[in-house]
Design a binder for this molecule. Sequence first.
Ligand code: MRU
Length: 338
Amino acid sequence: MVRPVYWEAGRVRLLDQRLLPQQERWLTLSRWEEVAEAIRTLQVRGAPAIGIAAAYALALAAEENSSREHLERAAAALRATRPTAVNLTWAVNKMLRRFQSVQDRPPQLVRQALIEDALRIHAEDIEANRRMGDLGAALLPLRARVLTLCNTGALATGGHGTALGVLRSAWAQGKLAMVYVCETRPVLQGARLTAWELQREGIPFRIVVDAAAGALMAHGKVDAVVVGADRIARNGDTANKIGTYTLAVLAAHHHLPLYVVAPSSTLDPQTPSGSQIPIEERDEEEVLTVQGQTLAPQGARAWNPAFDVTPHELVAAIVTEKGVLRPPYEASIPAAAA
Ligand code: MRU
């Protein structure tokens, strides 16, 4: 199984996700600013994976200079790279808390403690994914046909995946018949990355254009919609890749369950509801072009929100490593996040 980010000999190694599936190019980064730029430009992406990358970036920052001012400056810059995915802030804050607990030790020991903590965040994410895989697979019927969006696999996490981790586990248990993969415009994380992962595992899949989701459901080809999340508010409103809300409305119309799969680091009980979740707007060029090829007439403008918010009443269950959360989420989310 691919690991999109890892620590090796005091450096961060990243698989450049902008180039997949055409090219598998590994980057070796030795400065925290390079990791921040890799997060901003989607060389590494997916809420848990960017949290892990940011934790390693802080370990790099401490190698450079282990003063409080330096680490706090790096932490603030890392948090600002992608505002919606709360795992990023969660991992950065966890690293800062660790720093505060060891800051009086000699610099070499401070650096060692931060590296160990980043490695722990990474290992715990993989473990959480495996647990969510089992819990989520249990929700699916035999011979399940599942529709998913974006990339939520090993590439988007420490390894295994969230929604795609559930599909991996269901496949291993012989329960999965077909995955329908929304191509996920504008950056095509579904057609490029999810398809790449499923193909490597030998899991049967079909790519559909995002607009085909309704027709697919109307033709009776879907048993459940399974997606990841970038931030889940206290009431269960869920920010995820743009298009998730559309799938949720269609699923409700067709009486299909929509399951959200995310580790407890994606729960944000401090944010009361989806309307307070900051939604990242990305460059118009992502919509006006496809992989560098211009589509639209010269001078055309675009609107490019990277995420949307699915209201909690459209979410049948939230699968976390702490268990399957059901409504009322106002009760189950704060308990799982505690
Ligand atoms: O913009 P991206 O590619 O980082 O968006 C990723 C998603 O929306 C995923 O579905 C989400 O992070 C959950 S993944 C484990």
